[in-house]
Design a protein around this ligand. Structure first.
Ligand code: GRG
Length: 303
């Protein structure tokens, strides 16, 4: 059964629909973090703290909206939406640890290891990763779809993509041209999870190859826009401040789009990619309007 998609829905209506979807995702995540017995209460509390903190829920939205664009039911895609957010939340908890990025704040709150302790934060990540695959394996059907979803998420979150990208980034792998190096790290640490979020939505909706390939192109462009706008946010402030920060990043040797091509070219690149991301969704007609809006919203994002 497909969800009914209003034709020519005005942006305001779509925005409020996406807010409801986000609230639905939060409820679904919370429901999957209730443990009857056996889970130490402090671990369960820390898992809920890490996942339910006010994130943007971009990846689960991509899963639900991809399913809808392909004519599927968003509720059927909800377990997959939760699984991608569990992996994302685990990667943030581990990335914030002293051994990695050593951050004190995440989503405007103390990081998991600051609020609890380091060992708990490591275990939160471990348990969230396991929970993601448990949810896919037990809640998706038929079994072939569940197995394909586990394989796709395992690949995206594994040693060649998310974890491998993090390892190379931490090791400061250098040499070679800067632009391809930046793109490779970005592809593995950021775009791979965005792509698999869309892929799982398409999988649950039993999408055609044409639909899958359009979503993959959209995902590449969305991922790039997400990364560049992330870099632009890091470099925000008034122009003088921006100039100073970009200079500082460059001094530290931190490779970002803003340090590599500058603010103005980064902004132009964002605009081009957003236009192309929207155009590639033509194949879905009106059913992909929320995905178009989501890409446009990245341009002006403030967090
Ligand atoms: C520890 C295996 C492992 C991987 C860590 C996520 C990550 C890889 C590193 C975090 C730093 C980074 C590369 C950020 C890139 C962009 C990103 C993933 C930002 C956070 O995602 P948002 O903005 O976060 O969607 P919210 O909080 O809204 O969910």
């Amino acid at each position: 059964m497909s969800d009914s998609v209003p034709s020519l829905a005005p942006a305001a209506e779509l925005l409020s629909e996406m807010d409801s979807m986000r609230a639905g995702v939060d409820q679904a995540l919370a429901a999957r973090l209730e443990f009857d017995h056996g889970c130490p209460p402090r671990l369960a509390e820390a898992m809920r703290y890490a996942v339910l903190a006010p994130g943007k829920r971009l990846r689960p939205l991509l899963t639900l909206l991809a399913a809808r664009a392909c004519g599927g039911n968003t509720q059927r895609a909800m377990p997959a939406a939760c699984a991608v957010e569990f992996i994302h939340a685990y990667s943030l908890v581990h990335d914030d640890l002293p051994a990695m990025d050593d951050d004190d704040l995440r989503r405007g709150l103390p990081t998991c290891h600051k609020k609890f302790d380091e060992a708990t934060a490591i275990l939160v990540g471990d348990a969230l990763q396991a929970r993601a695959f448990e949810v896919l394996a037990t809640e998706l059907s038929p079994a072939t779809v569940a197995a394909e979803a586990c394989a796709a998420l395992g690949r995206a979150a594994g040693a060649t993509l998310l974890v491998g990208g993090q390892a190379d980034d931490l090791a400061g792998i250098d040499g070679g041209e800067e632009r391809p190096r930046l793109e490779a790290i970005h592809h593995r640490k950021t775009a791979a999870m965005i792509l698999v979020s869309l892929e799982l939505g398409a999988l649950v909706a039993e999408a055609t190859n044409e639909q899958k390939s359009a979503l993959a192109t959209y995902g590449e462009k969305f991922g790039l826009v997400f990364q560049i706008t992330d870099d632009l946010l890091d470099a925000r402030g008034d122009e003088e401040e921006v100039g100073k920060r970009v200079g500082k990043d460059a001094d530290r040797g931190k490779l970002t789009y803003t340090t590599l091509v500058g603010i103005e070219e980064s902004r132009q690149l964002v605009q081009r990619q957003v236009d192309e991301a929207q155009a590639v969704l033509e194949v879905f007609g009106q059913a992909a309007e929320p995905l178009r809006l989501l890409a446009r919203m990245l341009v002006d994002r403030t967090k």
